[in-house]
Design a protein. Sequence first.
Length: 177
Amino acid sequence: MIAPVGTLVTIAWTFALMSLLAIGGANSAIPEMHRIAVDVRQWMTDAQFADMFAISQLSPGPNVLIVTLIGYHVAGIAGGLVATAAMCGPSAVVAYIVSRTLQRSAQSKWPAILQAALVPLSIGLMCASGLILAQTADRTLIAAAITLAAAIVAFATKLNPLWLLAAGGVLGFAGLV
């Protein structure tokens, strides 16, 4: 399957812009990825998006893997490659430029102020990501209760989150969710 050039350009433009908004990593852009992929472009359903996120988190490698899965879903291998390059390229260039600038002005107070200001922004974006994922995955009251319980366990213990994902998968496979 050869993807239309227009589709690849759309994927590239979408993820290149999104990469510049992903303060705190690719997971902070999950709400925007969901909005674009499900609501605006209608490339997939809520359930497909939630499944892709789960697969990307369970797979070894960077968190940005969800972008590759979305691109692959839309336009095959070419879409996956274009989406990944578009998500990683612009932010890598900006990170390089910013790190060089910060090295030159290490004696100044503004880099520390800027970094401190970005922390609550990153936390807010990550919380928004969690909310969007919970809304897409929790279609029943039982599923919402399981998500809440998993969040509490993850927050209160040092249990690896993969065990919680595995438990959710077993419950889903058993038909309880």
